[in-house]
Design a protein around this ligand. Structure first.
Ligand code: PLP
Length: 474
């Protein structure tokens, strides 16, 4: 078994061994390392951290002496089975369910002041502020209802979204097949709450979207990492005996984070597999609106004829993330159950925001904005490619058919974690693909770059610095 990939923050250099010891203790405390996990070899750790092997050995010896780690002859170093989380025990901690320690902490936001190629951030430079102000004023001018709103969402907004999905994504749905939520992830929480438990499992893209993985993991369900290739999810790797599997989660328009699209034949295979095994496909179309120079592929929800797909959409990229509006589309009965479940938690999404968005869509402003942004993101993507060529960056750009992120597959043996740590020291934040992976099957050989929110000048500066960092590291 290969060791796990550990995500260290750059060492400051005062006492390297103590810093490594401290960071591993923190990983044990936060649950990114668990009982029985195998650590990478001292040679790999020394290479990734750019320190002498003796320094790593000294750091691990301290943790072995403290009982957190154990060595197994000829096999490597493991987290001790007797290891308990080192966080202080409080009343809450004592009640913390064991599965909580198996979810990863959120990805960090990057160093302050750095030029951050953060994934999935839209640009707001061209946001139509005046049109949005008018839509918000229109919503605010209506007398609010004395009652709560509909837990399924305002009917007007569901009608507007249904019409948009038909025009924009070729999806033929009715308003009663839609539920409005506070973002797509909340819709995933609701459906998980309804159908998952400790005895169930979710087949999940690896690498994949951490928040969705955590959402499903929080129910106690097992997460089965399924590899992906240039055609998207490897349907042939889905389990043969799928009795426990309730969902298979996919991002077909733009696989998160590799950016590959699920090919048409794979879409068909996946639909067949789901039907045969009685498994629901969760189709996360998180940035299907931003497609460049390639023909559209139908969403799985449009290809399915038997209600085996639930489609998730969000306005976090097309509008802005803090709007907190997303939605799920599925069979009427399932959507009703989701609304009933929602009624016993936060009840509904804020009506004022829903009405403002309805007005913005109905006035045609939403689609005008999406078209403008598609052109703008296409220009940024072009600049990204040009700078990579101009600087002879030792990597290949992939995953650029759609979305706001791209992947640089490194043409070197040095790990992507190592490159990202070195670029951080030069003020550039890029994320190694391993941060999104769960299994050891994902090679740490690519960087994920979110370019949507950066200007062309920032892209130029960031990518040329990255090219220099890679050259120095080779
Ligand atoms: C893969 C993926 N799915 C869904 C979302 C949207 O989540 P939400 O609508 O909750 O903001 C994101 C946001 O970054 C994402 O990256």
């Amino acid at each position: 078994m290969a060791g796990m990939i550990l995500n260290f923050v750059p060492l400051s250099g005062n006492n390297l061994a103590a810093e490594i010891t401290g960071q591993i203790r923190h990983m044990l405390e936060t649950g990114s390392l668990n009982r029985g996990d195998k650590l990478p070899s001292t040679r790999v750790l020394a290479r990734d951290l750019d320190v002498a092997r003796g320094t790593v050995v000294a750091a691990l010896d301290t943790l072995i002496a403290e009982g957190f780690l154990v060595t197994r002859r000829g096999s490597g170093t493991y987290v001790s089975e007797a290891c308990i989380p080192v966080a202080p025990q409080t009343a809450i901690r004592k009640q913390t369910p064991s599965w909580l320690f198996s979810i990863e902490p959120d990805l960090d936001q990057g160093a302050a002041g750095a030029l951050n190629f953060q994934v999935c951030r839209p640009s707001l430079v061209a946001f139509p502020q005046n049109a949005w102000r008018r839509a918000a004023a229109d919503a605010a001018s209506r007398l609010p209802s004395a009652d709560y709103g509909d837990p399924q969402g305002e009917l007007e907004l569901r009608i507007a979204i249904a019409a948009y999905l038909c025009r924009g994504r070729g999806l033929d749905v009715n308003a009663d097949e839609i539920i409005i939520t506070n973002g797509a992830v909340q819709a995933m929480h609701i459906i998980s709450r309804l159908y998952l438990d400790r005895d169930s499992a979710v087949a999940f893209e690896d690498p994949g979207y951490p928040l969705a993985r955590q959402t499903f993991g929080m129910t106690g369900a097992s997460i089965l990492p399924i590899p992906i290739d240039e055609d998207g999810l490897r349907v042939d790797q889905l389990p043969g005996d799928a009795k426990r599997v309730k969902f298979v989660y996919v991002t077909p328009s733009h696989q998160f984070p590799t950016g590959e699209r699920l090919s048409l034949s794979r879409r068909q295979e996946l639909l067949e597999w789901a039907t045969q095994n009685d498994v629901l496909i969760l189709e996360d179309d998180y940035d299907g609106e931003f497609r460049y120079d390639v023909a559209p592929l139908p969403p799985l929800a449009a290809m399915s004829t038997n209600g085996f797909v639930v489609y998730f959409g969000t306005f976090s990229k097309t509008m802005f993330p803090s709007l907190r509006i997303g939605f799920a589309v599925g069979p009427k009965q399932l959507i009703k159950e989701m609304a009933a479940c929602r009624a016993v938690s936060d009840y509904q999404t804020n009506s004022l925001t829903q009405l403002a968005l309805t007005s913005f869509i109905e006035n045609g402003e939403f689609e005008k904005h999406v078209h403008r942004m598609r052109r703008l993101y296409a220009k940024k993507r072009k600049r990204l490619r040009e700078v990579m060529n101009e600087t002879n960056l030792a990597g290949d750009l992939t995953g650029t058919d759609s979305g706001l992120n791209a992947l640089i597959r490194l043409r070197t043996d040095i790990s992507a974690t190592q490159i990202s740590l070195r670029s951080r020291l030069r003020g550039i934040e890029v994320t190694p693909i391993s941060r999104f992976a769960k299994g050891a099957s994902v090679q740490d050989n690519a960087l994920v770059l979110g370019y949507g929110a950066l200007s062309e000048d920032e892209i130029e500066h960031g990518v040329s610095t990255l090219a220099a960092v890679i050259d120095e590291a080779i």
